[in-house]
Write a protein that binds this ligand. Sequence first.
Ligand code: B12
Length: 426
Amino acid sequence: MYALIILTGLLAFVSSKPCDTEGSTNNELLLSLNKELLYSVEGQQGLPNPSVHLALRLSDSHNLMKELDHRNKLKTDLHNHLANSLSNRQPVTGLLGLYALALKASCHDLNTITFSVKEKVETLLTHLKRQMEEEKEHIAYSQRPLTNYYQYSLGVLALCVSGIRVNPHVSNKLIKAVEHGHIRNGNVECVDTLAMAGMALQCVKEAGSHVQNAAELNTALKKIKQKLLAAQRADGHIGNEFSTGLAVQALLAMGSHVEECASSMEAMRSDARRKTYHNPMAISQILPALQQKSYLQIKSKECHNEDDSLVLEPREPTPVSPSQTKVALRVEVKAFKRVATYSVDVPEGSSLLEALELLQRKNVGFTFEKESSLWGHFLSVVNGQQARQQDRRYWHLSSDGSALSQGINDYKIEAAQKITITNTVY
Ligand code: B12
């Protein structure tokens, strides 16, 4: 009898954690990702990252002192940056949304967060609502948001999890974009954006505020789920390595069982073991998914009796000396039917950024500029030509004809190749 009870208990435990097949090895992996995020906060250059804060707060393990420090940095450094952007009337929908989500995940009272713009003091959520209205107006006359649908979705999600009723006209624009297949980057469907839209619309559905168009809302959610499942590759990734985390979060939020995501979870764990995720932004998007959580859970997050066991061992910086082996790199710049080609030998394992800096120093006519973002350096100007967001253009990166899935910071030159940088419309 006792044996039967123990066996039933064990079976229930195993079946309630279907993805946790390797038990402690998985926990170690999650802990190491969690620690990487905390190290990134310690050694942070530039603005504190609200997406990293969000992931730290959603995690099962915490270092509450370091998280509090980081929250304070968000409330000063990121806050000031946002205040400046708002004063200059720059659209900052996504960043405002992430800031609100990060503070909500710390159980911070959002009504106490205010910005003073042109001597008028208004709360963060009032500003976010206004940004969403401006985005909506922009969609109405130009069929696209001021920023993009990823940020539009972040805005809806942030308002919704903060308990604000999202204007049905605002959520409707997102529903229509899904219905008409407008959630894309150029001519390909954008998995990351579909995932963010899925979480945003699921939140709206659960809030019960979208009663008039409930059928349309359900159809959009169904369509997003179908598209995410259709984007799953044979190796388990949904889209690519970097969209799988958000896609799994969205599927879980939309009611998929953890078992249905098992192969995607395994794909991310394999990526993590081979250190694919070293960019803190990438870790911040996959860690909640690997812990079977989604951004929707911030809505009901409570901050008492939290674990406080995460300890960071001091880490000596490992000096990396450039490799003696050189690889031949060709760089092709394509802009409006003009093509310029350059050659440079770079130490094996250099980042593309280091390679471009080397090429620039050769004074052969190649120049570039970069802008910082949450993902690192974004290539913005090449040979004096800016691919501007206002014109919906950017410098697209590819290697031997295949689009890069990482930016200039993270992509490493391991073998001879041709990098093509193309001025592209999106
Ligand atoms: C929209 C988008 C774009 C748009 C951004 C412009 C716009 N206004 O819409 C465009 C089409 C220009 C773009 C370009 C690229 N993108 Co992109 N992009 C996104 C997406 C879907 C949302 C970004 C966003 O708005 N975030 C919200 C705001 C609040 O954060 P932010 O940091 O302030 O946002 C800015 C930066 O993220 C920047 N940006 C966008 N993409 C990238 C990529 C890199 C590497 C960097 C450094 C910056 C950057 O543009 C954003 C708007 O200004 C993300 C998805 C995701 N999971 O994050 C992918 C994503 C960030 N992009 C990605 C990639 C690979 C690229 C490209 C390198 C593709 C290529 N082969 O050329 C290029 C960048 C090349 C360059 N010049 O440096 C990857 C990055 C993965 C990684 N490990 O680095 C992501 C995660 C998509 C994916 N799953 O593969 N992207």
